[in-house]
Design a protein around this ligand. Sequence first.
Ligand code: 1GP
Length: 254
Amino acid sequence: MGYKIYDSFSEKKRRGQKAFAVLLDPDRIRPEKLRPLLDLCTGCGVDYLLLGGSLVVTNHLDLCVDRIKKDCKIPLILFPGHPTQISGKADALLYLSLISGRNPELLIGQHVTSAPAVRQSGLEVISTGYMVIDGGAPTTVSYISNASPIPNDKEDIAMCTAMAGEMLGSKLIYLDAGSGARIPVTENMIRKVAANISVPLVVGGGIRDPEKAYRNCRAGADVIVVGNAVEKSPELIRDLAFAVHSEPATVSPE
Ligand code: 1GP
């Protein structure tokens, strides 16, 4: 097992290049119909594809991975809500520990029981300090995780949590307001967290427009994840990718 994907995160961060990731929810895609979306992602310079969800009811993860790997060269990273959402054919796995919550199962319990399977999968494992931030209404992740999200105006709690995660060994910190969040993570919180960690910072949940993606990058996010908005309007991918990859100062900061 190498560290190719993680090295690409680190290298982009070192160069100050922001990355754009499109999140694919296995429940909302039909593997045989993915090709146009994958071509669009490739054409727009999407950096990563994430695959997974807090609750997945379909049973075609392997098929989705097969199709994506066959039709597309963008690195495919699993973003599992549960240890069953693992396929050794992807490129890497975000190995999430829900450090913002106090549910021991999601901090370490599920990791213990799934560790042999994860190791045997051969996947590149990226230890990720996963932080759920209040998105203004209950989201699937806040309900399923059975753990309180961090209030979205408590920047200090987020900062201390991210710092602790980094010192405990997380290689990425992921601030997530949850899929479809009404209120995305604020720039103030992103700024505070980014200023106090040195590992790459991933931000997602409720990002619907290029301006917000851009402002998040200016505040210190290294990777922007968008799922819902591009599911509804795939043509947004081009503008979002452009915003994330563009130079500072073309959009005024918050
Ligand atoms: C959710 O961060 C991701 O885990 C993406 O959220 O679907 O709201 O873009 P959206």
